[in-house]
Design a protein around this ligand. Sequence first.
Ligand code: NAP
Length: 464
Amino acid sequence: MNKRLEASWSNLRHFSGNIIITSFVRIFKVSILTAAPNLKILSLREPPAMNAVGVEQYGPIENLICRKIPKPDKPQGKELLIKVEATAVNPIDTKVRNGTYDDAPDYYKFVPRPFHIMGYDGAGIVQEVGPECTRFKPGDEVFYVSSPTKQGAYCEYQLVPEVTVGHKPKSLDFVEAAAMPLTYGTACESLLDRLEIKKGEKVGILIINGAGGVGAMASQIARWVLELPVVITTASRPETIDFTKKMGATHVINHREDLKKQIDELHLDVPIKYVYITYSTSQYLSVCSDVIAPLGKVCSIVQSADMNMYGTQFMSKSLAFIWCWLGSRMYHGVDTNQWEMLEELSALIDAGKIKCHLTRRLQLNLEGIKEAHRILESGKAIGKTILIRYDSLEVYQQYGSIIEQMTKDKFAEKGATEQTLFISMRSMPPIHTTSFVAPENVTVDDLKGVQFPEGVHVDIHQEA
Ligand SMILES: NC(=O)c1ccc[n+]([C@@H]2O[C@H](COP(=O)([O-])OP(=O)(O)OC[C@H]3O[C@@H](n4cnc5c(N)ncnc54)[C@H](OP(=O)(O)O)[C@@H]3O)[C@@H](O)[C@H]2O)c1
């Protein structure tokens, strides 16, 4: 009697083995059972799940796993259901994953369990709108930030409150758009709301870590939106120095050398009234109080356990020290107008005033996300280095036909006849499912010996 063999193959260059094979979504899985050559039974079912990457146990990068989980429910109230096209990876993701995120002392009491998905900004297409939404309709292209205590964007569908969503800039693709919200939002809130810098002030700002994601946005806002005459940033490598200049720095100094000496040597003709710290605060607190003008303001976005102002110039200069955490409003239930900030950003980008700081694209899958975490943890990220894109279509276009042909040839050699071919473009990665009717003398193991391109995984199983 003929046997039915089903082969699923996919490009897994960035996924890990069976996890992904069991994680296919959005296709009708077709089973053709051939009890006898002429008898075919067709059954269809739609998997009700989506792929998501997250952790069940906080810890090292290896703890990231891909799971098939239910697609989010219908949006309620002012929620939007967004089909995620691209998501960013930020330092918050690595800290949360590690179990060491401490911007809020009780953060881990409120996180989703048992499977926690990270990814706090993204871009995508509105699928469904909640009954109280007013600004969007299905099909709208959007970019957004999401709450640090809700499920994040390392997945295919995400529920996001309408108030943290803006229309995607027309001049950016989804990947570029996903790079912007969290870093721009943080820099914008820090410089405009917390430091209260006024447009055109004849003063300077010092930005510690100018080539990071937030620093790259802050320097652009300071230079091109607030039009400050002096924007000093810090960077230590040729590529980061070059990058921060492109992002608006008027002067770049090296954070691995004496900052005060370097600033003195600039002979600035305006005072440094503002300092913005986007790296370890304890490391820079004292020197910042040395270089800033009396009555100046220092804002930091990075919490340090060992911060100490005693013995610095903070008191003598009557300096203000201000924290900024983008999550504050969402975390404490304070009304947020982040959507206004995003709409403004969209307009600034389309007008060419703010540039995208994306420098690297990776795939939105388990390996891509792990790689992104590795880069961030190396401390060598430049701008928004780590953007992950849902690009299974391109992968399929590149490899799909080769894989398809190899499988068909191998099966034909053994006398198997092809029955059906299904390809899902929207799965992560694309899945191709074909069933074959194999002669009696062919076993599953006979077909498992096919040498596929590196990283391509073929799952062959026999149905009764
Ligand atoms: N509070 C908030 O709402 C909020 C929001 C976003 C981010 N954050 C935090 O802000 C921090 C920065 O994040 P990010 O994404 O902007 O940047 P990032 O990607 O973490 O920054 C990477 C850059 O750090 C620089 N760097 C390495 N060692 C340094 C040192 N000793 N001093 C100064 N810079 C150094 C490197 O520049 P060189 O190679 O040139 O040395 C590298 O290009 C993170 O801790 C993040 O969690 C807070």
